[in-house]
Design a protein around this ligand. Structure first.
Ligand SMILES: [Zn+2]
Ligand SMILES: [Zn+2]
Ligand SMILES: [Zn+2]
Length: 253
């Protein structure tokens, strides 16, 4: 078949696919971004279900099993307001735990989020984590498979760089048990700086270094800490999990 004919055939096939009444369906399990655009929020259906919308950033934000897409990323940019857990750096994620199914062998994948971030799920059982100031750090070794996939999956950070969302505030160095990358993450949401002028002193944005009469007030993120028992509202039945704190940002309540 000549080149031209092949092109024509492709066009016909494309037309045929586009014209069918049955739209392609994508399988999902567990909470996931509705469209991938932060403003469109999250779909909270836990059980396996289908959408006609393809997952956006499927290669970095999701992991798949039998064509079922499971979102493993930080849900914060999508307006997530449920209980969340603070992590630092790369760590294992157990898919069967996220979607609450029982299997004999854990389906382990790795989260490649650099620096502090949140997940709706807590550190998975049967994996070693160390907690420091309410932030979880993976304390195990990274397998070869993680190393192999890292160049591709670490691009999740480029995706999140476009979205502004609060991250856990980490002011201490990772514990020695953590062997993952320690990367300074460029915050899209800086600590708000409010310049307060002393009466009579003009304040201009972009002005040269402040004269001594001016005062710079740093407004820190105000956080409300509450504790909960997991059976109350966490929704993921983890029995041997001791009590821990969940943080919520006041402005999101
Ligand atoms: Zn859904
Ligand atoms: Zn993570
Ligand atoms: Zn929890």
């Amino acid at each position: 078949m000549s080149r031209m004919n092949l092109a024509a055939l492709s066009a016909v096939l494309l037309f045929a696919v586009g014209g069918t009444a049955e739209a392609k369906q994508w399988r999902y399990a567990g909470m996931h971004p509705r469209t991938g655009q932060p403003a469109d929020g999250l779909c909270h259906i836990e059980a396996m279900h289908v959408h006609t919308a393809a997952p956006l950033y499927a290669d970095t934000l999701y992991r798949t099993r039998d064509n079922v897409h499971i979102f493993i990323g930080d849900p914060t940019p999508f307006g997530y307001e449920g209980p969340r857990h603070a992590y630092y750096g790369h760590h294992p994620v157990v898919l069967n735990v996220i979607i609450h199914i029982d299997v004999d062998v854990d389906e382990v994948e790795y989260c490649h989020h650099d620096g502090p971030h949140y997940h709706a799920y807590e550190p998975p059982p049967r994996q070693r984590f160390v907690e420091k100031e309410d932030v979880s750090y993976y304390a195990g070794e990274y397998p070869e498979e993680y190393q192999r996939e890292n160049p591709k999956l670490v691009r999740v950070n480029s995706v999140y760089r476009n979205w502004s969302s609060p991250r856990p505030v980490v002011t201490v160095a990772p514990p020695p048990e953590y062997h993952g990358p320690v990367i300074q993450v460029g915050f899209k949401v800086p600590v708000p700086r409010v310049e307060v002028s002393v009466p009579g002193v003009e304040v201009r944005v972009g002005a040269p270094p402040p004269p001594p009469q001016r005062e710079v007030v740093i407004i820190r993120e105000e956080r409300v800490v509450h504790e909960h028992h997991h059976d109350d509202h966490c929704g993921h039945g983890h029995k041997k999990h001791k009590k821990h704190k969940h943080k919520k940002f006041k402005d999101r309540d």
